[in-house]
Design a protein around this ligand. Structure first.
Ligand code: 3PY
Ligand code: ZN
Length: 631
């Protein structure tokens, strides 16, 4: 009650006191819930058992075995790694160390891009926590774990009903030895539109405090102006600014002369001058072919002094070949995923690359045996998410034609299904490449890739082609994202907008040509904090204020779920997605040392008003819950 009175005090709310301890010790502020946690979880489980999980066709819960977990000695602290270099010697110390390595350093993307690209970003924190300590032991000599940012931020709130900040903070505790890396979309932060500068700065500051060490910063149109605020904020926070050039087109194809080697060299030089500690080549779709990789990395190596970090997707099946050529040309770090989460739209496999380079003068720095053992865990866990698989079974060289980013493929496919275009997926992919050309051959990566995807879906749905878009365009309401793009609100594309199309799409609106951040009013975080405090009737962290700033509706819905069901992130994934089978009993650790035993006993037929009574046992005591049957 004392704390409750303090945090409701007007001076406290108005921010006259330093309240950073709320962010670092939120557990002090968990006031007794009005409804107990057990009952809330029973409500969630009852609901998902009866009504299913959004996006999963209703079926009986599959049988999954325990995920195999390697037996590392977890009683000793994990070996020191790159995180200690950063803490002891700063960003410049890390860069110096990277340059000294003869071998090839890896970033493991299993916790972020791999599942964003294979499983529609649906992997839950619970499954990451289940292998984090083992990963810290077995994969201690990675350059970094890419484990946050990109689409994982909003998907955590939107679909997984969990707090992405908690994921970061707990992972940091469990993996204290290796750098944590996030994907940051420049002026779009982890969203789909440009935000005011103070949002970008605040997001980087809070992410750095919560555990991020390396910010991979890109702009979805390769517009450097859209990256500068984020690069500066990263440097100010003492962390590592890894600025990315997004690779598109084909530097070895003379018929694609918009994005040339010279274009990339100029961009790399500018990024280095803008303060990048590391240069990333972000090949988000997997278009960088092996010979092109050799050429690009060689040219960039002679252009900049900072280390080069290559990211690709293995959609075409050529990923390891591309890496091998880039490594020959002197690339410093490459992105891989653990075998069971690698390949296809994800990154190439860490162990495949390690074996491929064994005996060469540049071997992978890492332990193949650990990669294999930890991968078994992911092989088992991946099965939980089978309903989010894209259905791609083998390499797709067609990516060289449609150019769709790996992280978009499974997500756009879900979006197509949701608007009833599931069986016209081939057409959507073809339209995607046509829209790219219609827009003037743009860089396609979030959010510009979403604009192209939205337009492709829209054109297929409305049976439009390039000609009818122009001739009938004046009477067509284009998707909001397309309008915002042509207004200049996600930045300026290289070479400018196609003028005629821009007029048709914008109608009477005037496009901007300056950086959107120069026009957007700063966000008043204190006002949002106060508003949320009253709305949620509890103290609000700066992290939650940021979540609301980026995604107000998603955050409100998440808060509503949290109020009704409590913290559902504690459930195992099969139960979270499918509920319980009749007679099944599970243990749920709701906090350290506090476990609930939940058993589903029976489910009644629907009553006259469509409710079913679910009979549970909670820690051996009978409990009844009434659930509306929505089927
Ligand atoms: C993202 O922005 O989420 C991406 O993965 C882009 O490649
Ligand atoms: Zn990627």
């Amino acid at each position: 009650p004392f704390l409750e009175n303090v945090v409701k005090h007007p001076s406290f709310i108005s921010g006259q006191f330093n309240t950073s301890f709320i962010d670092s010790t939120p557990e002090l502020f968990l006031f007794p819930n009005r409804k107990d946690r057990g009952t809330k979880l029973l409500n969630y489980i009852g609901n998902v058992t009866v009504n299913g999980f959004p996006g999963i066709e209703k079926k009986s819960k599959p049988i999954f075995g325990e995920a195999r977990t390697p037996s590392f000695d977890l009683s000793t602290a994990p070996p020191k790694g790159t995180k200690q270099i950063l803490d002891e010697q700063g960003a410049d110390g890390v860069i110096k160390w990277v340059k000294e390595q003869q071998g090839v350093l890896l970033t493991d993307t299993t916790f972020r891009d791999a599942h964003q690209s294979l499983l529609a970003t649906r992997v839950r924190s619970h499954d990451m926590f289940g292998i984090a300590k083992e990963s810290a032991q077995g994969m201690h000599n990675l350059f970094s774990y890419e484990m946050w940012g990109g689409a994982t931020f909003d998907v955590a709130y939107r679909f997984l009903k969990e707090n992405p900040w908690d994921r970061l903070i707990k992972m940091r505790e469990m993996i204290p030895n290796v750098l944590f890396q996030m994907l940051f979309r420049g002026a779009n932060a982890v969203g789909y539109k440009n935000y005011p500068d103070n949002v970008i700065k605040e997001f980087i500051q809070k992410s750095a405090e919560a555990g991020i060490d390396v910010f991979r910063i890109f702009d979805s149109l390769n517009w450097i102006k859209g990256m500068e605020v984020a690069i500066d904020a990263t440097r100010q926070s003492g962390k590592i600014a890894e600025a990315a050039l997004c690779y598109t087109g084909d530097i070895l194809d003379d018929s694609r002369d918009k994005y040339t080697v010279q274009y990339y060299k100029d961009m790399a030089k500018e990024l280095e001058s803008a303060g990048a500690h590391i240069l990333a080549i972000k090949d988000m779709a997997g278009l960088l072919k092996p010979e092109a990789a050799y050429r690009l990395v060689s040219e960039l190596k002679s252009t900049v002094d900072i280390p080069i970090h290559l990211h690709t997707h293995d959609t075409s099946g050529n990923g390891v070949f591309t890496y091998a050529k880039a490594i020959e040309a002197g690339v410093d770090i490459v992105d891989t995923a653990l075998g069971a989460m690698a390949g296809l739209t994800s990154q190439p496999s860490a162990s495949s690359l390690s074996y491929a380079l064994k005996g060469s003068n540049r071997e992978v720095i890492g332990n193949i045996d650990a990669f294999e053992k930890i991968s078994y865990y992911w092989e088992d866990v991946r099965k939980y998410y089978q309903d989010f698989e894209s259905g791609m079974m083998s390499p797709h060289t067609e990516v060289y034609v449609h150019e769709m980013p790996g992280g978009q493929y499974s997500n756009l496919q879900q979006q197509a299904k949701a608007v009833g275009l599931g069986d016209r997926w081939e057409e959507v992919k073809e339209m995607y490449s046509r829209v790219n050309m219609l827009f003037g051959d743009v860089v396609k990566v979030t959010p510009s890739s979403k604009v192209v995807g939205d337009m492709a879906l829209f054109m297929v749905q409305n049976n439009l082609d390039e000609v009818s878009v122009i001739t009938r365009g004046k009477t067509i309401d284009f998707p909001d994202s397309v309008i915002e793009f042509f207004e200049g609100y996600i930045g300026q594309p290289y070479g400018g907008f196609p003028k005629e199309l821009q007029k048709v799409i914008l109608k009477d609106r005037e496009p901007i040509t300056v950086r959107p951040g120069e026009l957007l009013e700063p966000v008043d975080f204190e006002a949002i904090k106060e508003m949320l405090f009253h709305k949620l009737d509890r103290p609000v962290t700066s992290q939650e204020v940021l979540a609301y700033t980026l995604y107000p509706k998603v955050f409100e819905e998440y808060s509503e779920t949290d109020k009704n069901f409590g913290d559902v992130s504690v459930l195992d994934t099969p139960t979270f997605l499918y509920g319980l089978r009749l007679g099944e009993e599970i243990e749920v650790e709701i906090e350290v040392g506090k476990t609930l035993i939940i058993k589903l006993v029976s489910i009644s037929e629907p009553t006259h008003d469509g409710n079913r009574i679910i009979y549970f046992e909670l820690n051996g005591q009978p409990r009844e819950i009434s659930i509306q049957d929505m089927n």
